[in-house]
Design a protein around this ligand. Structure first.
Ligand SMILES: O=C(O)CCC(=O)C(=O)O
Ligand SMILES: [Fe+2]
Length: 289
């Protein structure tokens, strides 16, 4: 298989370099990996390196686009300090994206920043929610009509434990295997889901197909074993970026990670033809949004 992970030796969150080869690789669905780019925790923030940082009633800790921290445990002062830590990662992730992908610029829409202090391998989940199975990201309740999901990850584990991912085959290969098996899109069903508030807007055929790929991949254990893939341990002190709606990925183990999600309209990509929307439109031969 063609190399799915591209290593980049920059050490600054505001690098001077923007390399067209990195841009093309990212938009082709590869993972950009920065082995020597660390998100530094202040000494006073190391107290948050415990699963107890999370409110047990929440799945995740996140800082929303308005700067409100959700899902955190602790008193007001602790929550303020945690919001500052997550907010600093947000600023650094954003400055990295701005530096290496200058044309995305103002077209990027900031989504929540998450801090994930839980151990991956000890979490029991339904197959559909289980990110230990390779998948492309697709969200059931929020149709996005082809808008991209760009994510910046960093491992902040203090014990040297890597975050181990599997990275699968290119999107077009995934899509061409699963499209023949997808359930057809039914418009009245999409309307019913909206009326019942299962979705926040009408689920487009694109969104339907992306969910079918997500579910098709995760529910097929034979595919999980047999599909071409590489296992990649991301060590603490490293960063990796991918379009998670395009890159087939799974997380196998690890603990303490931060992640920034950004959304990008397809037409603001350097090469919109590389997008899942363009690929699925070409493979199905019809308009999907
Ligand atoms: O926890 C991780 O490292 C990644 C999980 C995942 O699949 C995702 O965030 O989309
Ligand atoms: Fe994912």
């Amino acid at each position: 298989m063609e190399q799915q992970i591209v290593e980049i030796d920059i050490r600054s969150w505001q690098p001077q370099a923007a390399d067209p080869a990195w841009i093309a690789a990212l938009e082709a669905g590869k993972v950009l990996y920065f082995p020597r780019l660390a998100f530094e925790l202040k000494d006073s923030e190391k107290r948050f390196l415990t699963p107890e940082a999370r409110d047990p009633k929440s799945r995740n800790i996140s800082l929303d686009a308005k700067g409100r921290l959700k899902g955190a445990a602790g008193d007001e002062a602790a929550q303020r300090d945690m919001a500052a830590m997550v907010g600093r990662f947000r600023a650094q992730a954003k400055s990295l994206i701005d530096a290496i992908l200058p044309r995305y610029g103002d077209a990027l829409r900031l989504a929540p920043t998450s801090y994930r202090p839980m151990q991956v391998e000890s979490r029991a989940q339904s197959w559909r929610a289980d990110d230990k199975r390779m998948h492309v990201d697709a969200f059931p309740s929020r149709p996005n009509y082809g808008e991209r999901i760009l994510r910046v990850f960093t491992n902040v584990n203090p014990q040297g434990t890597p975050r181990i991912w599997r990275v699968g085959e290119p999107f077009e290969k995934v899509a061409s295997q699963f499209l023949p098996r997808v359930k057809p899109y039914v418009r009245w069903q999409a309307k019913a889901l909206k009326a019942l508030h299962v979705t926040k807007s009408l689920r487009s055929e694109y969104d339907h197909l992306m969910l079918q790929l997500h579910d098709g991949m995760k529910s097929d254990m034979e595919y999980q074993r047999r599909a071409e893939q590489v296992t990649m341990p991301f060590p603490p002190g490293s960063v990796w970026i991918c379009f998670s709606d395009q890159t087939s990925h799974a997380v196998m183990s690890g603990q303490y990670m931060m992640e920034q999600t950004l959304h990008l309209p397809v037409d603001k990509q350097y090469d919109p033809k590389a997008s899942p929307l363009a690929i699925l439109t070409r493979l199905t031969g019809r308009a999907l949004i």
